[in-house]
Design a protein around this ligand. Structure first.
Ligand SMILES: [Zn+2]
Ligand SMILES: [Zn+2]
Length: 238
């Protein structure tokens, strides 16, 4: 009997979200699986927003992405940022549940299998400077590393750096806010992104403002193209 077998017999793997035992480490139990709102069906190719209609063979985009295309090409997400999807993100982010990262990354790999190649480089959204002091880890970096391990592609966890914001965003219009945000995100390792297919990794896509700033900065640094993969996606504003 191998060591892994002994360990598994002594400590059966648990569901990522609850105490239930599961057959394979890094998965969800049947109940949590049922209760999680996975993003399936027709999704916007550019922001992973659910769209009405039947499965289509061609890439479709939501009205928002058609009128204001994001700086990246494709976005992929696993689940809605609500209910158990939200619990999973918050546990990874705030509860020292670093053990969630490999299982979450394998779900992200499945959701983004059509855009990831072994030539891709995973770049995590850098942690905000105010949070670095409080937390031991950047959850996006854990996901990027786990994705690299599972796909055979590279991760460049230090490629982006978030510097201290010097000005308050209060009183600024949307364009000025975006410029301020862009200015706080810098490419710290230009050689890691130059000419590459960069996949920006984050735990959750909410407004997308930070992801847009990261994508713009990486493209300016000479990346060939940029895609996005996140674990959870907040419902788009109607
Ligand atoms: Zn469970
Ligand atoms: Zn969209």
């Amino acid at each position: 009997m191998g060591l892994q077998t002994v360990i598994r017999a002594l400590f059966p793997p648990q569901c990522l979200l609850c105490e239930a035992w599961v057959a394979e480490a890094g998965g969800l139990c049947p109940e949590c699986w049922r209760e999680t709102e996975f993003l399936t069906g027709v999704l916007c190719d550019s922001c992973a927003a659910p769209l009405p209609g039947l499965e289509a063979d061609i890439a479709v985009q939501c009205d928002t992405c058609l009128s204001t295309p994001p700086p990246w090409r494709h976005a992929r997400a696993v689940m809605r940022y609500s209910g158990r999807g939200r619990h999973l993100v918050l546990a990874l982010k705030h509860s020292d549940r670093t053990d969630i990262a490999p299982g979450a990354a394998s779900m992200m790999h499945r959701a983004a299998h059509d855009i990831i190649t072994t030539e891709s480089v995973f770049v995590p959204v850098p942690l905000h400077w105010t949070r670095l002091a409080k937390r031991r880890y950047n959850q996006a970096a854990l996901l990027a590393q786990a994705l690299a391990k599972q796909t055979g592609a590279q991760a460049a966890v230090g490629a982006l750096h978030r510097s201290k914001r010097t000005r308050s965003l209060g009183g600024l219009n949307a364009d000025a806010r975006a410029r301020e945000l862009d200015a706080t995100i810098v490419v710290a390792q230009p050689q890691a992104v130059l000419g590459r297919h960069v996949v920006i990794v984050d735990d959750v896509l909410t407004s997308g403002a930070t992801l847009r700033a990261c994508a713009r900065t990486i493209l300016q640094a000479g990346a060939a193209h940029v895609d996005i993969v996140v674990l959870a996606r907040a419902a788009p504003q109607a």
